[in-house]
Design a protein around this ligand. Structure first.
Ligand SMILES: [Fe+2]
Ligand SMILES: [Fe+2]
Length: 173
C-alpha cells in the first residue's frame, strides 16, 4: 500500500543509514544486467517464483509472531504484502508457462526471529533483494524482446518498491 511520507535524509537517521540494512530502494546498486538465453531466463524466473512463495510464507509467520502494540499497524500491512506476493507468484507462474517452461514449486528458506524489529529488517532485506532481481529481469526480458513479460515484471516491481517503503517507514529509516 502506497504511503506518502517525507524521508529523513540528514541527521541521526542518515548516520544510521550507513549500515547495509538501511539502504533505500532508490540507492540500490544497478549492475549491468547479465545476458541470458530464453532457457536461462526461465530458470531465473523460477528462482524468483521460489522467493515469492518464501515471502508469502515469511509475511504470514511474521504477522502472527510479531508482538507489541507499536507493531499493530505494520502487522496488518504484512498480511496485505503476503497476499500481493501470492499475486506475484501467480503472475510469474503464468509467464514461465507462456515462455515454454514448467513453473516450479520450490520455496526458498524463510527467515524468522524472536525480535519483532529484526523480523521487519529481514522483510526489508527480502524486498530490496526482490527489487534488484526484478530490475535485472526487466532488462533481460527487454533484451529477449519479451515485452509482455517485461510489462508483468514492471507491475511486480512497482509493488515491491511499495513494500520496501512500508517497511522503511515502520523501521523509521
Ligand atoms: Fe513479490
Ligand atoms: Fe514484496
Amino acid at each position: 500500500m502506497a504511503k506518502q511520507s517525507v524521508k529523513k535524509t540528514t541527521g541521526p537517521a542518515a548516520q544510521k543509514a550507513a549500515a547495509p540494512r538501511a539502504r533505500t530502494a532508490a540507492e540500490l546498486e544497478r549492475p549491468t544486467p547479465r545476458k541470458v538465453t530464453r532457457e536461462q531466463l526461465i530458470g531465473e524466473l523460477n528462482n524468483d517464483l521460489a522467493k515469492e512463495f518464501m515471502a508469502l510464507v515469511q509475511y504470514v509467520q511474521h504477522a502472527a509472531a510479531m508482538t507489541g502494540p507499536q507493531y499493530d499497524a505494520i502487522k496488518a500491512e504484512l498480511l496485505v504484502h503476503s497476499n500481493e506476493e501470492h499475486t506475484h507468484a501467480i503472475s510469474l507462474a503464468d509467464q514461465i508457462d507462456f515462455l515454454g517452461g514448467v513453473p516450479g514449486v520450490d520455496v526458498t528458506q524463510a527467515h524468522m526471529s524472536p525480535d519483532s524489529k529484526v523480523m521487519l529488517e529481514q522483510d526489508l532485506e527480502g524486498e530490496l533483494d526482490a527489487i534488484a532481481r526484478y530490475r535485472e529481469r526487466i532488462a533481460q526480458a527487454e533484451m529477449l524482446q519479451e515485452y509482455g513479460l517485461r510489462r508483468a515484471l514492471e507491475d511486480i516491481l512497482i509493488v515491491e518498491e511499495e513494500h520496501a517503503r512500508d517497511l522503511q517507514d515502520a523501521l523509521e529509516l
